[in-house]
Design a binder for this molecule. Structure first.
Ligand SMILES: O=C(O)CCC(=O)C(=O)O
Ligand SMILES: [Fe+2]
Length: 358
């Protein structure tokens, strides 16, 4: 039976910030996924609720509006059903989801991309939400720097300070997984809502809604385990915890010390993984109903050179067989900057976009 994971819940508002930093680093090494208790201090529940409301309106907008904002090679815009294939080696068909990516608004309320008219009035809220996510990520990069005793301690944070002159690949992504009933072509036991993948950037913040489970991580033992939306101890909070995960870039940068964990989103049939209807899965609600999530993919400034992180802890880390590969999956291709890293990954998941326009 698939068991729920033991991903720790961390409260960033803890008095002893050195301890918080240590706990965060240990969780990033051990699991790569961490629940950030939502106290409302960094991202108020109301801002999250508003963002989900905007997302619903956006995906319900007329198809022509969304198509006019189709995703470009700059990774901004709308991607329709089955356009993205996160696990092309395994998936029979593309992901059963729609997504809309917003690049950074370097000036408040000024998107650098076409926006569907249905949500033009919501630009200030989107801008504010993106800024809240960005600032939470800066806080997290600072804590990781402290927890890893990186010298100087702002090594990670300063490389994430983006601007129009020093842009980053950071993306705020609204996601919509239509109900299975509206996609009868999906084989719920073989197909997935989002294919198995690890994220590309430094770290990802994921916002989910209660009763809309389906996210699973691949454990060290190679088992798929569900990641409950509201783990024990957070049920009474105003908003479920924010799920933080380490991305490939940060794992690569730390020579595999921080773990970038493979994850996916499944229908109730279990994505061919044999998970079946476990107790935890049933607690997660109707896995075939409509599902919304919001991800903020945090990336360093594109020109950042991915040179070894100045930390004794990182230097002392000797990757084991499995992590050696994970730590530097691109060793042969010599990734030099954050931008090169991102371009390589996008090319692999948007097969058609790159094929059509080359
Ligand atoms: O929707 C989710 O819960 C996860 C989405 C995800 O992993 C991604 O977009 O990278
Ligand atoms: Fe992901």
């Amino acid at each position: 039976m698939a068991k729920a994971t033991k991903i720790p819940v961390i409260d960033l508002s803890g008095k002893d910030q050195t301890q918080v930093a240590k706990d965060l680093v240990e969780a990033a090494i051990e699991h790569g996924f961490i629940y950030i208790k939502n106290t409302g201090e960094d991202i108020p529940a109301q801002a999250i609720n508003e963002a989900f409301e905007i997302s619903k309106r956006l995906f319900e907008a007329p198809l022509e509006e969304k198509q006019a904002c189709a995703i470009q090679k700059n990774n901004r815009g709308w991607s329709g059903m089955q356009v993205e294939t996160l696990d092309p080696a395994t998936q029979r068909v593309g992901d059963f989801k729609e997504a809309f990516n917003f690049g950074p608004f370097y000036k408040p309320d000024e998107p650098n991309q076409p926006i569907p008219p249905t949500i033009t009035a919501d630009i200030p809220q989107i801008s504010r939400f993106q800024s809240l996510c960005y600032h939470l990520c800066l806080k997290l990069t600072t804590l990781l720097g402290v927890g890893l005793s990186v010298s100087p301690p702002d090594f990670f944070t300063s490389s994430h300070l983006h601007s129009a002159q020093n842009p980053s690949g950071s993306i705020l992504r609204l996601l919509y997984y239509p109900p299975a009933s509206s996609t009868p072509e999906a084989d719920r036991s073989a197909d997935v809502r989002a294919g198995a993948h690890s994220d590309y950037g430094s770290m990802t913040l994921l916002f989910r809604l209660e009763g809309q489970g389906g996210l699973e991580i691949l454990t060290k033992e190679n088992m798929w385990e569900p990641v409950p939306v509201a783990p024990p101890g957070t049920e009474g909070d105003e908003s479920p915890p924010i799920l933080l995960n380490i991305g490939d870039l940060l794992s690569y940068w730390t020579n595999g010390l921080l773990r970038s964990t493979v994850h996916r989103v499944v229908f109730s049939g279990g994505g061919g993984g044999g998970g079946g209807e476990s107790e935890e899965r049933r607690e997660e609600g109707d896995l075939d109903g409509a599902r919304y999530s919001i991800a903020y993919f945090c990336h360093p400034v594109g020109s950042t050179a991915l040179t070894p992180v100045p930390s004794e802890r990182v230097k002392a880390h000797v990757p084991d067989g499995e992590n050696r590969e994970k730590g530097n999956p691109y060793a042969e291709r010599k990734v030099l900057t954050a931008d090169e890293h991102l371009q390589m990954r996008l090319r692999a998941s948007y097969l058609q976009l790159y094929k059509d326009k080359e």
